[in-house]
Design a protein around this ligand. Sequence first.
Ligand SMILES: C[S@@+](CC[C@H](N)C(=O)[O-])C[C@H]1O[C@@H](n2cnc3c(N)ncnc32)[C@H](O)[C@@H]1O
Length: 268
Amino acid sequence: MRRSTGEHSLDPSGYDAELRRHNEVLRRICGVRLQDVVLDIGCGTGQTTREAARAAREGNALGVDVSAPAIERARESARAEGLRNVTFEVANAEVHRFPQERFDLAISRFGTMFFDDPAAAFANIGRALRPAGRLVMLVWQPHDRNEWAVEIRQSIAGFEGAASTGPDAFSLGDPATVRRILDAAGFTEITFTDVDESVYYGPDVDAALDWVRRFACTSEIVKRLDAADEARAVGRLRETLTAHLSDDGVWFGSRAWVVTARRGAPSR
Ligand SMILES: C[S@@+](CC[C@H](N)C(=O)[O-])C[C@H]1O[C@@H](n2cnc3c(N)ncnc32)[C@H](O)[C@@H]1O
């Protein structure tokens, strides 16, 4: 199921709110230090980049993303917050010519699952890291372990064209596959931390429906339906969301990994 690729929602409050519990875990494991130089891969509207910049007061942070509108929003937020040690660039992290051996830490919140050639992409990121520099990335575990993905897919299953297409948000869900990719890209000390936190879709069902309808995996399908099927599909989504409404909003279970690795010694 495609959750999002270059189509990161431009509503930073929505995505940042959805992932607030995940973000705490990621931030703790990143452990950005005062003088770190940080690269944020697939930074979207840049919450994690700005947080890294705040922690690295004597260092700096660069966020890169293929989405120009997302980068523009990230820049606006950084300007509004008066941050001077953060920059953003529109770039494809897979092939971008980063300065070599510049970064102490490469981070990502769900921005590394969409590479065409993951081994080449992580090798490219590895070259941007200083020797022994760290990679810390949050990625989804497999689809079937993610209640949100399973239930959204079930809600829209059966409608014409409901099969998901395009890049796979769960492509780094299997630890053995990720180990193989990172090992081939020259990383060592690869670890996985199980993140068993819920995602938040909004304070009530209307807000949650509005949010979930923006996901690539729903919007691309719903837009192909005729009016009657659209009404039925949206009705089913609404029922699913209603079943997850609690006193503090609409929440779904999710499972992710924080993957950490260290750049190995470069082969000369
Ligand atoms: C799920 S969003 C996460 C955005 C951001 N990390 C956050 O947590 O708010 C995935 C992001 O990865 C970006 N992306 C996908 N492939 C990329 C690539 N090859 N290089 C840079 N960014 C990429 C997308 O444009 C999108 O903004």
